[in-house]
Design a protein around this ligand. Structure first.
Ligand code: NAD
Length: 472
C-alpha cells in the first residue's frame, strides 16, 4: 500500500518514499511518502495563507469543526487501529483504545474556551488581555503513541486559531496519514496538513520562517536540535521529551499488592511510554521479594503479534530500538546486574524483547542513568528513603515519579522529587484536564487541558485610556 499526505486540502503522493516495517515480522509491508523540501515549503506557505481566514472564524465555528473531526475519526476507529498495530506493534486492543481516546480528545478540547481577561478596569483605563494564535504551528509526533499524541497537539492548536502542519514519525506514519485523510475534509482547506518524512523533513519544517510555534514530542536529542533551530527566530516551543521515571516503594511496602500494578505501569506499550516506570527503588530488605514478584507478573504476560488475540505485549517499534534495549541490558549484566527474568531478544522474527526484570545493579549503570524505552524493569535497593530520592533525582530527566506506601508519608517524599508530575500509589496516569510536562531535559512547557491550550496562544494586550491624554 502507498499512503498519501494531506496538503492544502488535497491528497498528494509526495516525491520521496519511506519503507514502513511491521515490527512483529521485521518486514516492510508498505511505503509512505517523504516530502521534498519544495513540497514542504509549498505546504507551509499554504498553511500561512489559510491561517488568517481560520483565525477570523468565530471560536464556536472552530469548536464545531473539532467535534466534526472527532466524529469523522470515530467512524474509522477499527481501520486506523489495525494500521497502527501493523506499523507500531502494540496490541490491537491498545491501538483501538488509543484511537478512541483521540476521538474523545477532540470532544474534550472543543469544550475548552479562551476568555479574554480584564486585569484593569477603572476610571483611568480598561486593559484587556486577549489570547491570540501564533500562526502556523509545526506539530511533530513520536513513534510510541502516534495518534493520540498528534491529536493532543492539533486539537488545541486548531481551537486556538492556528493552522497546523503535522509530521508523524517516519517509523509509523501510516495511521496518522490516514487520520489526515479522514479529518482533513472536515476543516477548511489549508488549515491542517499532514506531511511525512524523516528528521530532515522535521528540521526543514521547524526551520521554516513562516512557522511560529513548534509543538514537539520525542527524544531529548531531537528536542535539543529543535530548540537550537527555534532560537534563530525565537519561535515559541513546547517540548515534551524523554523520561526516566523513578518509582519509590516506601519501606514495608505491600509487595504482593503492588507488583502486578508496577508491571502494568512499566511495561505498557512494551515499555515505550514516556511516563512509564523505568526504575524501581525498594528497601534492601525487600529487594529480592519485589524482584521475584515483578518477574512472576512480567513472565505471565503473553508476548506476540499485536494482531493476535490475547497478546499483552507486542514488539518494540524498530530494530534500532530493540538493539538499544539489548545493549543497555547487556551492559548492566556485565556491570554485575542479575537478570531475574528475560534479558534477551526473543528468538523469533520481528523486534521482540523478553519482558525483563534485573537487580543487583551497581549505582550509575546506564540502565539507571538513561531512558531505555523497552520492556525492562531495573530494581535498585536503597539503604534509606533519602538515598532513593537522591538517586531518583540524579539524572538529567524530570518527567514524572511516584511514591508508593502510606499516603501522608508518600506525599512528603514525593515533594522532594524534581519532576513535572508526582504520583502517589499510582504512576503514569495522564488526563485531558491536567497539565503534563517535564523539567530539565524532559522538556519545556506543558500540554493538555486549559494550560496546554494557552501554549498555542500568546497574550495580546489592548489598553484603552479613559482619561484625556492617556494618563501621566
Ligand atoms: P525521536 O526524537 O526519534 O522522533 C520524534 C519525531 O521527531 C519524529 O517525527 C522525527 O522524525 C522527528 N525529528 C527527529 N529529529 C528532528 C529534528 N532535528 N527536527 C525536527 N524533527 C525531528 O523520538 P521517538 O523515538 O519517535 O520517540 C520516543 C521518545 O519520545 C522517547 O524519548 C520518549 O520518552 C519521548 N516521548 C515523550 C513524551 C512526553 O510527553 N514527554 C511522550 C511520548 C514520547
Amino acid at each position: 500500500m502507498t499512503a498519501k499526505m494531506t496538503a492544502a486540502g488535497r491528497r498528494i503522493a509526495g516525491s520521496g518514499r519511506i519503507p514502513v516495517e511491521n515490527p512483529a515480522l521485521g518486514e516492510v509491508f508498505a511505503e509512505a511518502p517523504a516530502a521534498t523540501p519544495d513540497e514542504l515549503g509549498a505546504v507551509v506557505e499554504a498553511a500561512a495563507a489559510a491561517w488568517p481566514g481560520w483565525r477570523a472564524c468565530a471560536e464556536e465555528e472552530r469548536r464545531r469543526r473539532l467535534l466534526d473531526c472527532g466524529a469523522a475519526l470515530g467512524a474509522h476507529v477499527a481501520e486506523i487501529a489495525e494500521l497502527l498495530t501493523r506499523e507500531q506493534g502494540k496490541p490491537l486492543h491498545e491501538a483501538t483504545a488509543e484511537v478512541r481516546l483521540a476521538c474523545d480528545w477532540f470532544r474534550h478540547t472543543a469544550a475548552l474556551t479562551l476568555r479574554p481577561e480584564r486585569p484593569v478596569d477603572d476610571a483611568g483605563a480598561e486593559v484587556v488581555v486577549e489570547r491570540v494564535p501564533h500562526g502556523v504551528v509545526a506539530a511533530i509526533a513520536p513513534s510510541n503513541f502516534p495518534i493520540i499524541l498528534s491529536v493532543a497537539k492539533i486539537a488545541p492548536a486548531l481551537l486556538a486559531g492556528n493552522a497546523v502542519v503535522l509530521k508523524p514519525s517516519p517509523v509509523c506514519p501510516l495511521s496518522t496519514l490516514r487520520m489526515g485523510e479522514v479529518i482533513g475534509p472536515r476543516l477548511p482547506d489549508g488549515v491542517l496538513h499532514v506531511v511525512s518524512g524523516g528528521a530532515d523533513v522535521g528540521a526543514a519544517l521547524t526551520g521554516h520562517p513562516d512557522v511560529r510555534m513548534i509543538s514537539f514530542t520525542g527524544s531529548v536529542d531531537s528536542g535539543r536540535r529543535i530548540a537550537h533551530s527555534a532560537a534563530a527566530d525565537f519561535k515559541h516551543v513546547v517540548l515534551e521529551l524523554g523520561g526516566n521515571d523513578a518509582c519509590i516503594l516506601l519501606p514495608d511496602a505491600d509487595i504482593a499488592a503492588v507488583a502486578k500494578r508496577l508491571v502494568g505501569r512499566s511495561l505498557v506499550n512494551a515499555g515505550q511510554f514516556c511516563a512509564a516506570i523505568k526504575r524501581v527503588y525498594v528497601s534492601r530488605r525487600q529487594r529480592d521479594e519485589l524482584a521475584e514478584a515483578l518477574a512472576a507478573a512480567a513472565g505471565a504476560l503473553t508476548v506476540g503479534d499485536g494482531l493476535a488475540p490475547g497478546t499483552d505485549l507486542g514488539p518494540v517499534v524498530s530494530r534500532d530500538q530493540r538493539d538499544r534495549v539489548s545493549a543497555l541490558v547487556t551492559q548492566a549484566r556485565q556491570a554485575g546486574g542479575r537478570v531475574v527474568t528475560g534479558g534477551a531478544p526473543l528468538d523469533r522474527p520481528g523486534y521482540f524483547y523478553a519482558p525483563t526484570v534485573l537487580t543487583d545493579l551497581p549505582a550509575g549503570t546506564r540502565l539507571e542513568a538513561d531512558e531505555q524505552f523497552g520492556p525492562v524493569i531495573p530494581v535498585f535497593a536503597y539503604a534509606d528513603v533519602s538515598e532513593a530520592v537522591a538517586r531518583a533525582n540524579a539524572t538529567p530527566f524530570g518527567l514524572g515519579g511516584s511514591v508508593w506506601g502510606d499516603e501522608a508519608t508518600a506525599c512528603e517524599v514525593a515533594a522532594r522529587l524534581d519532576c513535572g508530575t508526582t504520583w502517589i500509589n499510582t504512576h503514569g496516569e495522564l488526563r485531558h484536564d491536567v497539565p503534563f510536562g517535564g523539567r530539565r531535559s524532559s522538556g519545556l512547557g506543558v500540554e493538555y487541558g486549559h494550560w496546554g491550550l494557552l501554549e498555542y496562544t500568546r497574550p495580546r494586550v489592548r489598553h484603552v485610556a479613559r482619561r484625556h491624554g492617556g494618563g501621566r
